[in-house]
Structures are given as C-alpha cells and as structure tokens.
Write a protein that binds this ligand. Structure first.
Ligand code: ADP
Ligand code: MG
Length: 503
C-alpha cells in the first residue's frame, strides 16, 4: 500500500473520531457517578422520580442517543426531558403529572423569603400608618386651643369668661413663667416651640399703645395679662434684633422688660411679627409721667431702677451664666415701663448693639432704623460718633438717661411745686423735630434742658441735677458711666432711708 494512500485512511479515521468527539455535549451532572458537576455525552437530561412522597431529581448525560429514554412519557412517579446543546439541562425543568410550576416545592431560603418579605412589608406598613396617625393627632392637639389653624390668635374682643376653667397646672406654669420677681433664670427665652405654642394661646384684649412702627396690645394667656407688640413690616429688623438678643442673651433682670415669646407667622400671605412680654398696666414712663406727680422717694426709685437696668445692659458678665455688654441706643421715657411696684424696666432692644471683650466682637446688627432724634447725643447728630467703638454707644445711652432723669425730676413735687410733663427740648424744637432741628440745638448751640431751680432746694433732687449735667457733656468720654450713676444713687437712697429708720 502506497504510503500516500495509507496516510489518507489514517487521516480519514482521525477526522471521524474528531468529529465524533466534537459531537459530544457538555451537560450538567449531579448523578452519583459523576465525579465533576458536569459530564459529556450525546444528550443532556433531567429526570425526576417520586417515591413514597419524596421527589428526587437528577441531571446528567447519555453517552448514546437513547431516544426511547427521552421519550418516556411523564407520569405521576417519573419523568424525563432531554436536550441537545451545551449545558442545556442545567436550567431545564420537568414537572411530574399533577405538579406544576406553582406547585413545585420551594427551597428553604425561598420559603423563608416567601414568608418574611411580605411579613416585613406588612410591619413597615403598620408602623408608617401608626406614625402618620400620631402626627395627625399631635397636630390636632396643638391647634385645638384656638380652633382655626390659620389664625394665630383669637384676635377678638372677648369677655373674661374665656379666662375661666383653665387647667390649674397650666395656670401655675403661667404664673411661674410670667413671674415678675425673678431676676435670674436660664436664658431669657423659652424653647422655640413653647414660644410658638404660648403665642398661639393668647387672647387679644385691647390695644394699649401705638408706637412709631407698630402696636402694642394687652392679651391674656392662662389668666395672666401679657403684652403683645406687633411689628410693622417696615420695622422687621427691630423684631429680628430683639428676638435674637432675648433668645441668645441671658437678660432676666428686674429692670429689663421680661420676655415671654417671639413669633412669626404668615397670614393672608403677609408676615406677622410678634413679641410677647410681661404686661405693665402703668404703661410707659412717658404715659405715667403725664398723669402722675411724684414725691422725691418715688422719683429716686424710678431713677435708680432705670440705671440698674442700664448697668445690667452695659456690663459684660463672664462665665456660663454670662452675657455680652449691650448698649440700648434708643433709651427714652416711651421705652421704659413702670411696674406696679413703681420700679421701672427698660424695653425695646430692637436697636441694641452687643460687644464681647474676650472675642473683641462688636455686633452692631443690621437695622436701618436710627434712635429717636429728640434723644440723640451731639456726636450722633454731628455724625462724629466712632461707630466702630462699643464705648461710644454706651455714652449715647448716658446722654439719653440724663434726659429721662430731667423728665422725671420735672414731675417731682418740691415745696409744693411741680411742672407739667414736657419732653426734652420741648422749648427748643418743634413737636416732631427733624435731624437738622436737633443738630442746631444740641450741636451748634450746645443747649441742654433747663434744670428747674426748685430742685436745688432738695438734697436728693440737687444730686440728681448734678448727675444730669454730667450726662450732658459734649465730650462723650467726660460723661459718667452707668455704674458710677448707680453707685451715687445707691448712696442717695441709703441717706434717704437712714433718717427714715431713725424716726
Ligand atoms: P414706642 O416705643 O415707639 O412708643 P412701642 O410700640 O414700643 O412704641 O410702645 C407703644 C406703647 O405701648 C408704649 O408707649 C406703652 O404705652 C405701651 N406698651 C409697650 N409695651 C408695653 C408693655 N409691656 N406693657 C404695657 N404697655 C406697653
Ligand atoms: Mg418702644
């Protein structure tokens, strides 16, 4: 046999075996004789057998194409399916008679998933519903006291009957909250949410005053009178400033108006700004002096209490219960209230500036409003004031304090004589003086109010007259400090009280 012919036969046999081998299929295999998870054969199969209620399933390959096997009809006990592509039996499913895709027995992890996923979803749903119901209940409770959720207050004139039948605990809390006698406390402000709640539980009673930029009303909260100041939108910076100061600085002091709450709401698409403070039925010192002539003791009491308030503002207190130094910048008899014990308290911090020595931080605020022209110090009118220096602002307060002292002493009876109430510079400027009017009198002519002669016939009043003059120096640095005035008045008080005790 020629070598070439024999070689052709070998090649033919080889290609036959190769093509045979190429027709071998890779199948998934889990029958016991498979040492690997796969096998090679002519067809892949999956078989299922049910014996005594137990189902066993196998995958593997047939080395010969035994079609009869593959064509075995599926019964309740046995079934087989075949396929002819690489690993085609890996995912091949077979269902016995009476068994369908839905009825197939799930694996344990699947079973757990089938139980726990819907259970978890149910639990989440229940929890969300409970949370929602609780929120709704809370919301209703919060607004139930004033019925209409759109209205901030029951802004109607109502009789005293609305004050009756309140929860005694709430009334006690109210009394505690509104207690005038507390000089110290944990900050001036209540927590914001409480402030809001208080604001919305107040019943408005009557308008007690109109200021430059807003109105003041008497309101009732849990049987106690409170004052509500409404700020016009023109003066929103004053509200922001006052709210900021009361909420950040510990300002509880007998001679500073007691703060209760601050609230901002939107009504008919406009913003309403409120400040709620203690109510003082005597009104402002300005109001009080119109109708009341004073004896020397009361005069001294008013003057001393105002300077106590001013010292508390001006002084920086260090430590955890501390406060920055504050200058008022709009001190006047209208911004001082007279309490029922005839002590005064200083109100209206809308223009105040703060200073902290430690951090050398001067907070001038952001208010376009200026002080009241009539009470402006010469350096403010001449615009020479050093606006970057905190001390300058304190000195303008002292100038104004001198003017308030002048208003008080005019209304004090000495030797049976007393004068009508008049505002400072009443005889030098028109009733609503302009900046220029004031500048001419205070800076150019360097006028100060005339001190009535009769004051010099009383030792206390002549001491007060001396203090006034020392508040009115043109040079700010020459003026007294609030602390110096307080000490002088304390001495005066002692000298008045001693002879009384000796009597
Ligand atoms: P202004 O300081 O420009 O006079 P306000 O709006 O501060 O204006 O006050 C207006 C008036 O309301 C005061 O002059 C005073 O009669 C009255 N008033 C202000 N606050 C109180 C208060 N807490 N208690 C009683 N009356 C007040
Ligand atoms: Mg005021």
């Amino acid at each position: 046999m020629p070598c070439g012919a024999g070689g052709r036969v070998v090649r033919a046999l080889m290609s036959l075996s190769l093509s045979f081998a190429a027709e071998e299929l890779l199948c998934a295999c889990d029958v016991p004789h498979c040492s690997q998870p796969n096998c090679t054969g002519k067809v892949c199969f999956v078989s299922k057998r049910k014996e005594e209620g137990t189902i066993t399933q196998h995958r593997g390959c047939f080395s010969q194409n035994i079609l009869e096997h593959c064509q075995t009809p599926v019964t309740e006990q046995y079934g087989m399916r075949c396929c002819k592509s690489r690993m085609c039996n890996a995912e091949l499913e077979i269902f016995l008679q009476g068994e369908d895709a839905l009825g197939k027995t799930p694996s344990l992890p699947n079973l757990l998933l089938m139980i726990f996923v819907p259970l978890l979803a149910l639990l989440v749903l229940v929890a969300l519903t409970a949370l929602f119901c609780w929120k709704v209940a809370q919301h209703r409770h919060k607004h139930s006291d004033f019925g209409d959720t759109d209205l901030m207050l029951k802004a109607s004139m109502v009789g005293d009957s609305t004050l009756e039948g309140h929860d005694p605990m709430a009334t006690l809390f109210a009394q505690d909250l509104l207690n005038d006698d507390c000089t110290t406390g944990s900050g001036s402000g209540l927590p914001f949410l409480v402030q809001r709640t208080v604001a919305r539980q107040i019943t408005l009673m009557e308008c007690v005053g109109k200021g430059r930029y807003g109105e003041v009303w008497r309101g009732v909260w849990h049987g106690e009178s409170v004052a509500l100041k409404f700020f016009s939108s023109r003066d929103e910076q004053s509200w922001f400033r006052e709210t900021e100061i009361y909420n950040t600085v510990l300002l509880r002091h007998d001679n500073i108006l007691g703060f209760i709450a601050s609230d901002m709401t939107s009504r008919n698409s406009s913003t309403q700004l409120w400040l709620i403070t203690h109510y003082h039925e005597n009104g402002s010192l300005y109001d009080y002096l119109q109708r009341t002539a004073l004896d020397v003791e009361t005069c001294l009491g008013l003057a001393s209490s105002i300077i106590c308030g001013l010292v508390h503002l001006h002084v920086e207190i260090f430590g955890t219960q501390g406060k920055p130094a504050i200058a008022h910048r709009d001190l006047k008899s209208r911004n001082i209230l007279v309490k029922s014990n005839r002590q005064c308290c200083i109100a209206d911090l809308g223009l105040a500036v703060m200073h902290s020595q430690g951090s050398d931080y001067l907070d001038i605020g952001n208010n376009p409003r200026v002080g009241t022209k009539r009470y402006m110090a010469p350096e403010v009118l001449s615009e020479q004031i050093r606006t970057d220096c905190f001390e300058s602002y304190k000195k303008t307060d002292i100038w104004a304090y001198g003017l308030v002292l002048w208003e008080i002493t005019r209304r004090t009876v000495v030797n049976g004589i007393v004068e009508e109430y008049r505002p400072p510079f009443f005889d030098a400027v028109p009733s609503d003086p302009s900046f220029e009017d004031m500048k001419k009198v205070v800076c150019v002519d360097q006028q100060t109010p005339v001190i009535p002669n009769r004051l010099f016939s009383d030792s206390v009043l002549s001491a007060l007259a001396k203090i006034m003059k020392e508040c009115w120096y043109q040079s700010p640095s020459a003026r007294l400090t609030a602390l110096r005035i307080k000490k002088t008045l304390k001495k005066l008080n002692n000298s008045v009280e001693k002879p009384k005790a000796e009597q």
